[in-house]
Design a protein around this ligand. Structure first.
Ligand code: SAM
Length: 284
């Protein structure tokens, strides 16, 4: 939604807030079978991708989200080799996953090929690992993919989906989490973007309780900055197939063999820390 000439604005009605970026103009628009995909050229954030009117990713700040949805869970699993990414069509999460040399297979299953084609054109830096021999890209419904996956096949499932509306709605319920429990190995971990702790505490609790009802034994919600999303403060929730969520392989984090912009051991620990209101209000 654009409120004024020269600006892109996403109004978040439920929160009574809005987020705007000064733009040079719209450079792409595509209505797929599933959603409307737009790309704007901004004055100070590079390109901005918007799906059904909601900001998704910008050139300038996407590192917060892509690093924090990928690295904490990968450094929590004892030895992640096979990773499934559901959603993630801009390919930024795939790129972060493939920085881990121990990963042998990263399958990305996004329902909308239009997102990836737009990313290839306007966010080529996020698509830098798409031709890695370990990468496989599919354009399917992730809900169906998870339900049909071989039992115990994956070490990690990353749900990098849109908000719980439209095609993304079915990624936030017990039936989907049951499919994920079955598709994960005994040390398996799931991580999912779980919206804002400021605006979506009810959704967060619904998700955590549904994950536990589906058979995950432990859940932990991480927080991190996310400038272009409503409230600017976001979460990812990790669920474990067995035991409780640990603090991660800290020595491996310290020795990580790849560059990041935001993620390091301090930020890993900070993301796991829980503000007082979350300690009080989070269930499961
Ligand atoms: N990674 C981005 C970021 O930096 O915040 C945002 C997430 S990504 C663009 C969200 C993706 O979820 C979209 O590409 C959308 O097509 C995909 N998606 C939504 N529902 C899906 C489903 N049921 N199965 C697979 N992908 C789905």
């Amino acid at each position: 939604m654009s409120l004024g000439k020269g600006w892109f604005t996403e109004v978040y009605e439920q929160g009574g807030s809005a987020f705007s970026l000064k733009i040079k103009g719209k450079v792409h628009e595509y209505q797929s079978r599933f959603q409307k995909i737009e790309v704007y050229e901004t004055e100070t954030y590079g390109y901005l991708m918007v799906i059904d009117g909601c900001t998704m990713v910008s050139t300038r700040e996407n590192f917060f989200y892509h690093e924090m949805i990928a690295h904490p869970v990968l450094f929590t699993h004892p030895r992640p080799r096979r990773v499934l990414i559901i959603g993630g069509g801009d390919c930024g999460t795939l790129r972060e996953v493939l920085k881990h040399p121990g990963v042998e297979l990263a399958q990305q299953v996004d329902i909308d090929e239009g997102v990836t084609r737009a990313a290839e054109q306007y966010f080529p830096e996020l698509c830098a690992s798409n031709n890695d021999p370990r990468a496989e890209l599919y354009f399917e419904d992730g809900i169906k993919w998870a339900a049909e996956a071989d039992a115990g096949f994956y070490d990690i499932i990353i749900v990098d989906g849109t908000d719980p509306v439209g095609p993304g709605e079915g990624l936030f319920n017990e039936a989907f989490y049951r499919s994920c429990v079955r598709a994960l190995g005994k040390d398996g971990l799931l991580v999912q973007q779980t919206e804002s702790p400021l605006y979506h505490m009810k959704l967060l609790n619904d998700v955590r309780l549904a994950m536990k009802s589906a058979g995950f034994t432990g859940v932990h919600t991480l927080t991190f900055p996310q400038p272009i999303y409503p409230s600017g403060w976001w979460t990812a929730t990790i669920a474990t197939r067995s035991g409780a969520i640990t603090g991660g392989r800290e020595q491996d984090i310290l020795k990580k063999p790849f560059e990041t912009v935001y993620y390091n051991l301090d930020m890993h620990r900070a993301a796991l820390a829980q503000p007082e209101f979350m300690k009080r209000e989070l269930k499961g």
